[in-house]
Design a protein around this ligand. Structure first.
Ligand code: AMP
Ligand code: ZN
Length: 117
């Protein structure tokens, strides 16, 4: 997709702080972090959002969750006491600003209201 920022990051046409990458998924730091740890788990396939996923995407979506868990462990997030959030914003009204599906991984909240969403 020509004008997609995340496709450009995937194609290394735009810089990003990459934390993890395999043939299907890339993970990089959110440029405007809302928590101490704020990463974006992004499939390399351009899918607009959850509304347009199909059975064909089942494997990819579950891999996103497995990558999220591995990263939480790699980052030594205490899985019991600290924990983390995984969030899909779906549609503009819910805060989706980039039309390339991505899973937010957030952990470490200085703002209590964010930790209670
Ligand atoms: P959403 O609001 O769910 O669409 O999330 C998009 C996220 O992408 C926001 O949290 C932005 O801060 C983040 N973002 C936008 N541009 C970049 C970029 N070039 N590199 C890293 N993160 C970005
Ligand atoms: Zn894209």
């Amino acid at each position: 997709m020509e004008d997609c920022i995340f496709c450009k990051i995937i194609n290394k046409e735009l810089p990003s702080e990459i934390i993890y990458e395999n043939d299907k998924i890339i993970v990089f730091k959110d440029v405007n972090p809302k928590a101490e740890i704020h990463l974006l788990i992004v499939p390399k396939k351009h899918i607009e959002n959850i509304n347009v996923i199909t059975d064909e995407d089942k494997g990819l979506l579950s891999e996103m969750l497995i990558v999220a868990k591995k990263i939480a462990i790699d980052l030594k997030i205490n899985l019991d006491t600290q924990g983390y959030k995984l969030i899909f914003n779906v549609g503009r009204g819910a805060g989706q600003t980039i039309n390339h599906i991505h899973l937010h991984l957030l952990s470490g909240f200085s703002n209590q209201s964010l930790s209670e969403i």
